[in-house]
Design a protein around this ligand. Structure first.
Ligand code: DGL
Length: 244
């Protein structure tokens, strides 16, 4: 079983980490559009265009499924990808909503969605959650989190100050959806600020989703990981070595 994993840059490696831990694939082809990251500040048509280009890249490989390990792509380009792909397509938003549903014991649960501007403006998480009866939803786009993660500042004063800046008037929610694949890397600091909130991580969510919805029960002893980037592939490989 082969997967193509697509992200705007390096953030999707947090999803790859979960896929590797659960040994769901014999091969993972990772494609990060590092030359054009971030996607989260771009408009819908641009995100769709870039995503369809990534789809063409994966057509060169014999993949069974393409996972868009980018919430911004999952927010805007899933239908276009599905309409043009010869293989299955999975985003991370439906899995995130499913993971929350699996954990919430009440529809009254309070939910904070964190994502890029594109993800939050698309209202995709919100729509799906409301359809499932969740009504206590707040959305926030802490844009500075992405460059902070890209800089590798996973702890320290800059991160703490930025968290304080975005969260100071937010009431501690029952659930926080990390609706950006960069955010799991600062999950420890987020949990320190909101110690009683349950965090929903796109990587764990996609694993649960593939097991439940795609009936993926097979486990592989080894996963071959191939990394590709539109710019500075050595940088991506270095980060992969550090994070994975
Ligand atoms: N990986 C992207 C996401 O999950 C965040 C970075 C970006 O803005 O491209 O939305």
């Amino acid at each position: 079983m082969r997967a193509g994993v697509f992200d705007s840059g390096v953030g999707g490696l947090t999803v790859v980490k979960s896929l590797l831990e659960h040994k769901l694939f014999s091969e993972i082809i990772y494609f990060g559009d590092t030359a054009r990251v971030p996607y989260g500040v771009k408009d819908k048509n641009t995100i769709i265009r870039y995503s369809l280009e990534a789809l063409e890249f994966f057509k060169n490989f014999d993949v069974d499924i393409m996972i868009t390990a980018c919430n911004s792509v999952s927010a805007y380009a899933i239908d276009e990808l599905r309409n043009n792909a010869p293989f299955q397509i999975s985003g991370v938003i439906e899995p995130g909503v499913m993971a929350l549903k699996n954990r919430a014991t009440s529809k009254d649960a309070t939910i904070l969605i964190l994502g890029t501007r594109a993800t939050i403006e698309s209202k995709k998480y919100e729509r799906l959650l409301k359809k499932d009866g969740f009504l206590n939803i707040e959305s926030l786009s802490p844009s500075l989190f992405v460059p902070i993660v890209e800089e590798g500042l996973f702890e320290g004063t800059i991160l703490e100050t930025t968290i304080q800046h975005y969260f100071h008037d937010v009431k501690e929610p029952d659930f926080i959806i990390l609706g950006c694949t960069h955010f799991p890397l600062i999950a420890t600091a987020i949990s320190r600020y909101f110690p009683n909130s349950t965090l929903i991580h796109s990587g764990d969510a996609i694993v649960e989703f593939l097991e439940e919805k795609h009936q993926m029960k097979e486990r592989f002893t080894e996963t071959e990981l191939k990394l590709f980037a539109t710019e500075n592939p050595d940088g991506l490989k270095k980060i992969a070595k550090l994070w994975l």
